[in-house]
Every structure is written in C-alpha cells, then in structure tokens.
Write a protein that binds this ligand. Structure first.
Ligand code: IPM
Ligand code: MG
Length: 389
C-alpha cells in the first residue's frame, strides 16, 4: 500500500475511535447518581474467582464474608453468587476479554469480589485478548480506582484516586500501526470522566476529615489531556475551600514518595490512569509489596474489589493453590463490606487481619505445605472475629 492509502486507513480507524469515545461521553452525561445500597431489597455480591489461585483464595474470602454477614444472608438481605468462567482458557476460546455469559452474570450483581486474571503477553500461548481487568472497568464503568496505602508507624496514610476508564487505557488496545515504521497510541480525556474522578477524591476528603488533595499530572508536556485534567482539578477545588489543593508532576511526585520528610504530608492523590497505575505500585511497595494492597474499583451502578497480585499459575500446576495466601483478597472483601454500608463488620475484619497477620500470627502461610492452608487461615480469622465482641 502506498503511504497516502496508509494514512487514509489510519484516519479511518482514528475516526472510529472518536465516534466510540463521543458515545461514551453521551453515556456519562446520561448517568444517574451513585447507587444507594440501603434502598435495595437485596444486595447481590458476585464472587468471580478468575485464574490460577483466584478461585481458591476468593472462595476463602467468601467464607469469611458469609460468616460476617450470616444474619443478613439468612434474612435474604444479602446474597452471594459464584461466577465461574473468567479464565484465560474461556477467554481465549471466545477470543473475548470477558466471556459473554460471564459479563451477563456480572451485570446481575451490585458488587463484585474478583480474583486475579491472566493478561496475555506477546509470546504467550494465548491470543492477545484485552486484559479482563481493564475490560471489566470499562464494561461496568468502574471509573474510580481507590487504593489506600497505610503505614501508621511512618505516619503514612495515603488514598489514591486513580482514574480508571480513560487516559492511556481508554483505547490502549486500539493503537494504529500506520506503516511498518510508525505506530501511534492514543490517550483520552473527557470533561465528564475527569470531573467525576476529581469530585470523588474531594468528596472522600471532605467525608473523611482529610485536609489536602493533590493532583498528579505531566501537564507541562502532555498539554491537551493532562492539561485538561489539571484545569478541571483547579475548577473543582474552588468548590472545596476548606481543603488545600495542590498539584505535582508525576516525575517529581515519584521522587517525593521516597522522601521520608515530605511524603507524610500527602493525603489524597488524584491522577490519570497510567500515572495512577505506576504510582500505586510504588506506594504499595513501602507497605510490604503490591500483594498487600487491596483495590476498589467504583462506579455509579457497579463496584468491584480485588487484590492486586497475580494469578500464580505455577502454584496451581504444582498443586499448591490450597496454600495460597488469601489475605489481600480478604482485605479487598473488607473494603467491599465498608462500601456497601457494613462498616462495623469491615472494621472487625480489618482488626482480625491485623491480629492474624501481624500481632499474634499463630499461623504462617508459606505458599507450600510447610505452612498453613488458606482454609486454615480463614478459620483462624473467623475464630479471631468470634472472640472479639
Ligand atoms: C492494576 C494492574 C492492571 C492495570 C493490569 C493487570 C491490567 O496493573 O490493576 O494496577 O494495569 O491497571
Ligand atoms: Mg498496576
């Protein structure tokens, strides 16, 4: 093909992306407010195991949540639904990021507890399907990725509000190879998508006694999209005069997070998708690694809670999945409980996790038969909770 034809083909693709993104804008405009869980007759909690060790550890998390919510499960106010099939095998067979039947089931729930899923990389035996995580965030419009990082003894108490549906991820799998030599990816920002994440960060700050919200961009260089994010941040900040609002560029912010004198001062951070992805891994590392962090993916209609570690397929191959550490997905379960209004139960679970993994630590999980099984760990948690009242 000659160059002008290539350019025309690329323009065609770009035009299609614009149509899709403008449709998304219309959908956001039409969106109502956040769902009110109290107004529901029944809250449906989907438990979606995913790949590798996922089904084993989410199964244990479900046991613990069912134990904490036993009365309301019995009364029919809460129901659990196990959703199978979000596996790389099924996704490969259907050549879909999320199999159709799984997506249908997910949409019947209000909140979802999700295990890890495998994202194919170049060279893997799987077709290059989109990440199930990214697809779920888009399909269920889970626009706020909330990731808390707390290290009390160091005075660290950060809450990251990562935009979860736009930026470099919006059309991340739809870049264009214009010629053999020229590849172009796109990054997307919308007024509606930016406003809702920034407002969520300020509202969280206001409702949780936080006094500072920090935006992180690279608006000095990425002038259109990051520039817009920052402009909207400054506008919305005016509505919250009691909260200090400042902004940093991602490079210096990455450095400041290791500055022990300054980092304590950050409280709530709001940032575009890719910067949020990177900075939250750095932050979680201070807390003990990404495996210790839970993550909430919040939308107006649906929300999903997950651990941010991988699916460890080798553990399954070696028959060790029963020894996998379920504590991060259980921590994600605690975030889920708090989100749907079970604050007392969430609190108990956080306390029990602290006792069982730090203070008392009667059982140790090693990932193999030298340590406890995930089921024994869940038993230990429940026993700890039963001794709490
Ligand atoms: C995360 C992960 C995902 C992301 C991957 C698994 C697609 O790194 O949740 O941070 O890039 O968002
Ligand atoms: Mg990440």
């Amino acid at each position: 093909m000659i160059t002008t034809e290539r350019i025309e083909a690329a323009k065609e693709k770009f035009g299609q992306l614009l149509v899709e993104q403008l449709q998304r804008v219309e959908q956001m405009k039409a969106q109502g407010d956040f769902i009110d869980y109290k107004a529901l007759d029944q809250i449906i909690i989907g438990v979606c195991g995913g790949d590798g060790i996922g089904p084993a550890i989410t199964g244990q998390a479900q046991r613990v949540l069912e134990y904490l919510l036993a009365d309301d499960v019995k009364a029919g106010k809460v129901a659990f639904r196990v959703i199978d099939g979000l596996t790389i095998e099924r996704r490969a067979a259907e050549n879909a990021a999320i199999p159709t039947a799984v997506l249908e089931e997910l949409k019947k729930c209000h909140v979802i507890l999700k295990g890890p899923t495998t994202t194919p990389r170049k060279g893997d035996p799987w077709p290059n399907v989109e990440s199930a995580n990214v697809a779920m965030r888009k399909e269920l419009d889970l626009f706020a990725n909330v990731r808390p990082v707390k290290i009390p003894e160091q005075g660290i108490d950060w809450t990251f509000f990562r935009e979860n549906t736009e930026g470099a991820y919006a059309v991340g799998s739809k870049g264009v190879h214009v010629t053999e030599d020229l590849g172009v990816d796109f990054t997307v920002v919308t007024s509606q998508g930016t406003e809702r994440i920034i407002r969520a960060a300020f509202e969280f700050a206001k409702n949780n006694g936080k006094t500072r919200v920090t935006a992180v961009t690279k608006a000095n260089i990425i002038k259109t999209t990051d520039g817009k994010f920052l402009d909207i941040f400054r506008e919305i900040a005016k509505e919250y005069p009691q909260i200090e609002a400042d902004d940093w560029y991602i490079d210096i912010m990455t450095a400041k997070l290791v500055d022990e004198k300054r980092r304590k001062d950050f409280q709530v951070l709001v940032l575009p998708n890719l910067y949020g992805d990177i900075l939250t891994d750095e932050a979680a590392e201070f807390q003990g690694g990404v495996g210790t962090a839970g993550s909430a993916n919040l939308g107006k209609r649906y929300s999903m809670f997950e651990a941010i570690h991988g699916s460890a397929p080798r553990m399954v191959d070696e028959g060790r999945d029963i020894y996998a550490d379920p504590s991060s997905v259980i921590r994600a379960g605690a975030m889920l409980l708090a989100h749907i209004g079970y604050n007392k139960e969430a609190d108990k679970l956080y306390r029990a996790l602290e006792i069982c993994t730090v203070k008392e630590k009667k059982l140790v999980i090693t990932g193999r038969n030298t340590g406890a099984t995930s089921a024994a760990f869940a038993d230990y948690l429940m026993e700890t909770i039963s001794n709490m009242n």
